[in-house]
Design a protein around this ligand. Structure first.
Ligand SMILES: Cc1cc2nc3c(=O)[nH]c(=O)nc-3n(C[C@H](O)[C@H](O)[C@H](O)COP(=O)(O)O)c2cc1C
Length: 208
């Protein structure tokens, strides 16, 4: 029995959003093929995710170093650590997120800021930073309307690259990845691009 955390970084409807289609396809196939696993779904757009700020960062610093925090610092640090502990406690994590304006939605960025904690997801050593959560299995599901896998747009891709770099910093080097791209750029092929991508998502869910 594995503990699996599903993160959804999009609150558009399934009719509007390709990311949400990917998310639903994965969750449904995974539930059917792994009936004994313990699944938690977290929609980051419904979650309480205040911007990472001075009070939260000071609270986290004080808790980690044994100083007394103010009530607000403690509350914000506890909130960030609740998400961190949920992530650390999962054997597998699946993240579905769109490319919006070349990057990730702000809710996912905020979530990653909470998790980016020295001593928890990475540590500093004399040889440089070392990831601490490399044993976690991760799947990334991304949709992007244009084509960013090749030049000239590849240099503008700060969504999947950002997520992969952040996970790599935490020691998660080879996440499974399914990308659906180009369905807006090529409207005549849109349906087949999406349906082929969703078949890949289902196959990944079954073997993940
Ligand atoms: C707010 C917003 C910003 C977007 N920015 C881009 C973009 O910079 N480049 C691009 O190719 N497509 C862009 N798109 C299209 C999405 O990449 C496309 O809809 C894809 O399916 C992922 O988003 P979705 O799951 O919300 O549909 C954008 C869509 C939205 C709603």
């Amino acid at each position: 029995m594995s503990k699996v955390l599903f993160l959804k970084a999009n609150n558009r409807s399934i009719e509007q959003s390709v990311t949400v289609k990917m998310y639903d396809a994965f969750v449904n196939a995974y539930r059917a093929s792994h009936p004994d696993d313990q699944i938690t779904e977290l929609n980051l757009f419904d979650a309480n995710l205040p911007y990472y700020d001075e009070q939260m960062m000071t609270g986290l610093y004080k808790l980690a170093n044994g100083y007394e925090a103010t009530a607000d610092e403690q509350r914000l640090a506890d909130l960030a650590n609740t998400y961190l502990d949920q992530f650390l406690g999962a054997d597998k994590v699946v993240i579905a997120f769109p490319l919006w304006n070349f990057t990730i939605p702000a809710q996912l960025l905020t979530y990653f800021f909470y998790l980016n904690q020295a001593g928890k997801t990475f540590k500093y050593t004399e040889q440089g930073p070392v990831g601490l959560v490399g044993d976690k299995k991760v799947a990334l599901l991304q949709a992007r309307g244009g084509v960013y896998s090749v030049a000239p747009m590849d240099g503008l891709e700060m969504s999947l690259n950002y997520v992969k770099n952040t996970l790599g910093f935490w020691g998660i080097q080879n996440p499974e990845v399914v990308v659906i791209e180009g369905h807006n750029q090529f409207p005549d092929r849109s349906q087949s691009i999406i349906s082929e991508g969703l078949a890949e998502v289902t196959a990944l869910a079954n073997r993940f």
